[in-house]
Design a protein around this ligand. Structure first.
Ligand code: GAL
Length: 417
């Protein structure tokens, strides 16, 4: 229904300062997201500005908490109350779960017109489509098997990026001798599991797949899995005493400030380095976690559009279209730290780490080495993910031995399915 125009707008129209289209009731989107750190907020701003240019208003619904743990609780409450936000940042299996509940809108009209199917990698389409229909617009491709190293500290240690577990331990020992915290870590379950999955991946794609994607009990309970936990115990000895509960971006800040040597974290960490004015190759080094080169444990942030009143749908479609525009994917991801979600975007405007991220995604996609991140909801539904989180965190905090953790992993995963 067309709204009446206010006197101020009519005056502006008569004076010719606004067009009739602008004078019409401004469309807006309410966006639920968890991008509240410095780098994340800077990237989100790129999206807000893009929509502003199209005269689409932005109603911000931020829910702080890395990886969206708290945001998902708020979302559930809103949907249960019958008042979903128009657009929601979602990951992996959560998207499919909401689609199954029939609460998501259909983006086919935009997606088909713009040919999303030809440019979005299949690994992502599995989560952006449900029952053959587009239900979400992917904004980026992050991956978790990265290390972020302070360049000055690395140089003091001889400048060589570790390629193996033994080289990594030698570097961590060197950081200790330099008097800095070797590993910047935030003790929150999702962060513990982000490190855990990189360690697991270093035992091979097959092991990772069988354990976290196939949920094969023999692999979950294997001696190799025990070795993964043993390595977590070792890594724990390089973490400072105040790690518990620390937010991921504060851990990044430790590496940025030279108080710590390395952080094992997805490439959203790069957003923090850039926000602090740091330059890849000069101030910090990005490299794949030792032994995981060539593989990419991905998590792609997607915006799903919830079923809302009909008059809000055009703004949803405009937002979906804006997200998928090649120019926007470049503008956003050069700030966010991720690779674009489309495979046809040039890497020209990306820094060295961004170029590597794009090349890695391309190669992994061609080689069948794009593996969904367990820690970020791309390997398993939330119940299974949370069951794994629980065991990983208890073991990392010394509540379980590696042997106990392996056994608990098998039973917890079975119970969660
Ligand atoms: C991830 C998400 C990233 C980043 C990170 C930390 O799950 O994909 O975009 O926001 O959490 O909050």
């Amino acid at each position: 229904m067309r709204k009446f125009l206010s006197t101020a707008v009519i005056t502006a129209l008569m004076a010719g300062t606004v067009s009739f289209a602008q004078a019409q009731e401004k469309q807006s989107v309410e966006v639920l997201h968890w991008w509240t750190s410095g780098g994340e907020a800077a990237a989100l701003n790129v999206l807000k500005k893009d929509l502003e240019k199209q005269n689409i208003g932005w109603v911000d619904m931020p829910v702080a908490g890395g990886s969206g743990v708290q945001a998902m609780t708020v979302l559930r409450a809103r949907v249960t109350a019958g008042d979903p936000p128009t657009a929601v940042q979602l990951l992996g299996f959560d998207i499919i779960d909401w689609a199954k509940q029939g609460v998501l809108g259909n983006l086919d009209s935009v997606a088909d017109k713009e040919g999303w199917g030809k440019v979005v990698p299949d690994a992502l389409q599995k989560f952006a489509k449900y029952d053959g229909h587009w239900i979400a617009a992917p904004v980026d491709i992050h991956s978790t098997n990265w290390m972020w190293i302070n360049k000055a500290a690395l140089d003091k240690a001889g400048g060589k990026v570790p390629q193996t577990w033994d080289e990594l331990i030698a570097l961590l020992d060197n950081f200790k001798k330099q008097g800095i915290v070797p590993i910047a870590h935030g003790g929150q379950p999702w962060q513990d599991s982000t490190v855990f999955e990189a360690v697991a991946l270093s035992f091979g794609d097959d092991f990772y797949k069988k354990a976290f994607i196939d949920l094969d009990p023999a692999t979950l309970g294997s001696d190799t899995m025990k070795q993964v936990f043993d390595r977590m115990t070792t890594l724990r000895t390089y973490v400072d005493p105040n790690f518990s509960g620390r937010d991921w971006n504060l851990a990044s800040a430790m590496v940025i400030d030279g108080k710590a040597g390395v952080q094992f974290m997805g490439d959203w960490a790069k957003g923090e380095f850039l926000k602090a004015g740091k330059v890849p190759g000069k101030d910090f080094v990005c490299a794949r976690y030792p032994g995981t080169q060539g593989a990419v444990t991905f998590n792609s942030d997607m915006f799903a559009m919830f079923n809302v009143a009909k008059d809000k749908v055009p703004a949803q479609m405009a937002m979906a279209s804006a997200i998928m525009s090649p120019a926007f994917q470049v503008a956003f991801n050069t700030v966010k730290g991720a690779a674009p979600a489309r495979m046809d975007v040039s890497d020209e405007k990306f820094d060295a780490c961004g170029k590597k991220a794009i090349a890695d995604v391309k190669a992994a996609n061609a080689d069948g080495r794009m593996l969904g991140s367990m820690a970020h909801g791309y390997a398993d539904p939330a119940a299974v993910k949370n069951a794994i989180y629980d065991v990983v965190t208890r073991q990392f905090n010394g509540e379980l031995t590696s042997e106990q953790a392996v056994k608990e992993l098998v039973t917890a995963v079975a119970a969660a399915q």
